[in-house]
Design a protein around this ligand. Structure first.
Ligand code: GDP
Ligand code: MG
Length: 200
């Protein structure tokens, strides 16, 4: 694994863009429903146990969390969405923040969208996808918790999800991901290396 990921460090967390790091360098953001496995994926990708906090209680992280890879590259853990107990006002606020971040952030090189393999392409996911498309932002989708399905079912869900996205005319790459199953970290690195222009 490239050391860049292993040495990732927490930079700052902020509820809105005002306190985000300067819009310079290169950034890849991780998005998905609450509990989809974003923080777990960031930990697996950086080979660190507790860089991004993981939680059994969905909806805790309502902040954008920035991690430094080096002086010019960052990973961002975006606030989870689709948590039922969040008020309408907070949902609206989340929408405005996400839309602004995805539309305006110049450093943003691509979006990693994480979806629980047992419920891919929820309306919230479709909303995120639409925002990436409106700016032609590169999109990579990881179907998480692949260990929750048999190998065969995981594979066929990957294929049917790819099919559905193709039908919608959404250009993106897809992969399976599982932390306990140790599936997908290499695939994720390949995409990140490409987007963050990491020389090997
Ligand atoms: N079985 C399984 N559980 C996972 C996997 N990834 C995350 N989880 C669990 O799913 C829950 C939510 O994970 P978390 O990373 O906090 O999700 P986030 O809200 O998207 O950041 C936690 O209990 C994790 O341990 C996985 O690949 N397989
Ligand atoms: Mg999280």
């Amino acid at each position: 694994m490239n050391n860049l990921y292993r040495t990732a460090q927490f930079l700052l967390s902020t509820p809105d863009l005002k306190s985000a790091p300067p819009d310079e360098g290169l950034e890849v953001a991780f998005a998905g429903r609450s509990n989809a496995g974003k923080s777990s994926a960031i930990n697996a990708i950086t080979s660190q146990k507790a860089l991004a906090r993981t939680s059994k209680t969905p909806g805790r992280t309502q902040q954008l969390v920035f991690f430094n890879l080096d002086d010019e590259r960052r990973l961002v853990d975006l606030p989870g969405y689709g948590y039922a107990k969040v008020s309408l006002k907070m949902q609206k606020n989340w929408q405005l923040n996400m839309q602004r971040y995805l539309n305006e952030r110049t450093a943003l090189r691509g979006l990693f969208l994480l979806m629980d393999i047992r419920r891919p392409l929820t309306p919230f996911d479709e909303q995120m996808i639409a925002w990436t498309q409106s700016r032609q932002l590169p999109l990579h989708i990881a179907l998480t918790k692949a260990d929750k399905l048999s190998r065969g079912n995981a594979k066929s869900t990957l294929l049917s999800t790819r099919d559905q996205l193709e039908k919608q005319g959404v250009p993106c790459s897809l992969q399976l991901f599982s932390v306990p199953g140790k599936i997908g970290v290499d695939d994720a690195h390949e995409i990140l290396d490409e987007w963050l222009v990491v020389r090997k």
